[in-house]
Design a protein around this ligand. Structure first.
Ligand SMILES: NC(=O)c1ccc[n+]([C@@H]2O[C@H](COP(=O)([O-])OP(=O)(O)OC[C@H]3O[C@@H](n4cnc5c(N)ncnc54)[C@H](O)[C@@H]3O)[C@@H](O)[C@H]2O)c1
Length: 437
């Protein structure tokens, strides 16, 4: 990819559409509005709080990221979305039970005005969900065209300059890329013939790209991870990326595992289990949806620890992931990790992590950052997979001939160096020999 020559400034309003207006999406919308009104700070958001060092350590130049690359201002964001249920964002947020009423009530009127558009949905792809607020169409192609009309209408009604889509919908059943996903032509034919391997999330992605709208995938669904959609994104000059927000347990894994590898400590096994009681947990209680999530969660350790390069340390480790739907906990997930490592002379040691996290509180700032960075990529003319945003994903997409980068610290360095590269600044290598000349 060539370095962007001109990055269009973030003029006018930016629409952020979320297919899925459940716990994550409404916590994100409510949070941005609370921050805009000065009630809170955007904790957890790299685009809002992060800085970036430019030049040498002696120069003391570390601007805020959003000033350095000119990201859209929070005040210019307009929200919208689709859902299988007709609840507005306030009602959906109350049901999700993430935010306390002392916070929600401050933005209740604002959220009540955000009403979902009818979803493209099929229960064959999310077994544990069924709602009435669903589009009807001749075939999948027709449904995708209805989504395109929604995007256009949303843009026109709200007088938007640009739109970004971040998938915050449920986890669909496990699908593998197959022939129908190979080319844009086979995919379009498949939509017209209602091919069963074309899931609803793919129709949103197709519609987004057709409308020149970047698409980030927050679920582990296959969605944009297929050649047909990637071909389309290239042809239309649209950035895409995914998949699955990296929030709780996998976030911890991609922090800890690079540390073990750095110190050449071995791993015998890593057992991860979770209890979760929100609707996401209920959806994941179906084996089809769980399989999609499991695949997404399992990849990180293999790629970070590189068993082929270090067979004596990582050649035989056992990695298990479990998620149990346990209603009393709601959105407050508890994730336990038991890690069996070994050190000098093979002596075993154990590490236990008990992360009492809040799923949507961790995910909301990721939705914001992804929307702003995908908008930046679009304005900079960067198309196709945005590997530099791997930082945000459990199962990052990358070019077919590459392996994905999972190490959080490499991902962060890659993200910041990409921003420096985009703006024509020197990359930071951390060599530092010049300080000792
Ligand atoms: N919260 C986290 O930490 C986290 C981390 C990684 C990924 N995710 C993923 O993000 C997604 C959202 O999570 P959540 O906790 O908000 O779940 P949720 O169940 O509260 O919300 C999902 C919403 O999507 C809607 N939906 C499902 N299919 C749809 C479709 N085809 N079109 C439109 N709407 C549709 C559902 O009706 C629901 O309201 C899930 O796929 C989840 O796996 C969440």
């Amino acid at each position: 990819m060539r370095r962007p020559v001109n990055i269009a400034p973030p003029k006018g309003k930016l629409g952020i559409l979320t297919p899925g207006m459940g716990a994550v999406a409404t916590t994100f919308m409510a949070g941005v509005e609370l921050v805009r009104r000065g009630h809170s700070k955007p904790i957890g958001s790299l685009t809002q709080l992060g800085t970036i060092r430019l030049g040498k350590r002696t120069e003391g130049k570390s601007p805020k990221i959003h000033d350095f690359v000119k990201l859209a201002s929070l005040n210019d964001i307009v929200f919208g979305g689709w859902d299988v249920f007709p609840d507005n964002a306030y009602q959906a947020a109350v049901k999700a039970g993430v935010l306390e009423s002392k916070d929600l009530e401050k933005v209740a009127k604002f959220l009540a005005k955000i009403k979902p558009m009818k979803a493209v949905f099929d229960q064959n792809y999310v077994k544990k969900l069924n709602g009435p607020h669903v589009k009807k169409g001749k075939n999948k192609f027709d449904l995708a065209n209805q989504l395109r009309e929604d995007i256009r209408a949303f843009k026109k009604t709200n007088k938007l300059d640009r739109v970004v889509i971040v998938w915050c919908g449920s986890t669909e059943i496990f699908l593998k890329a197959e022939d129908v996903h190979k080319t844009l032509a086979s995919f379009e034919k498949g939509m017209k013939e209602n091919h069963p391997s074309i899931a609803p999330s793919m129709l949103y992605a197709y519609a987004a790209i057709a409308e020149g709208v970047p698409f980030a995938n927050g679920a582990p669904n296959l969605t944009v991870d297929i050649p047909a959609i990637q071909e389309f994104a290239h042809a239309k000059n649209v950035p895409i990326g995914g998949k699955d927000f990296k929030t709780g347990q996998t976030f911890m894994k991609t922090v800890l595992a690079p540390g073990f590898k750095a110190r050449m400590l071995g791993l015998d096994g890593w057992f991860s289990t979770n209890i979760l009681g929100n609707r996401d947990g209920e959806v994941l209680d179906d084996p089809g949806s769980f399989k999609t999530k499991e695949e997404s969660k399992l990849g990180a350790l293999e790629y970070i620890l590189q068993p082929k390069l270090y067979p004596e340390l990582y050649g035989k480790f056992t990695h298990k992931v479990r998620i149990n739907y346990y209603p009393p906990r709601g959105d407050n997930k508890e994730g336990w990790d038991n890690i069996d490592i070994f050190g000098w002379l093979g002596y075993p040691m154990q590490i236990k992590v008990d992360f009492l996290c809040r799923d949507s509180i961790l995910a909301a700032p990721i939705v914001l950052d992804l929307a702003l960075f995908f908008d930046l990529a679009q304005r900079a003319g960067m198309r196709g997979i945005q590997e530099w945003l791997s930082f945000y994903f459990k199962s990052p997409m990358c070019a077919a001939e590459l392996y994905p980068e999972h190490d959080l610290f490499i991902q962060l360095m890659k993200l910041k160096n990409t921003l420096r590269w985009m703006m024509g600044e020197d990359l930071i290598t951390h060599l530092g020999q010049e300080y000792y000349d």
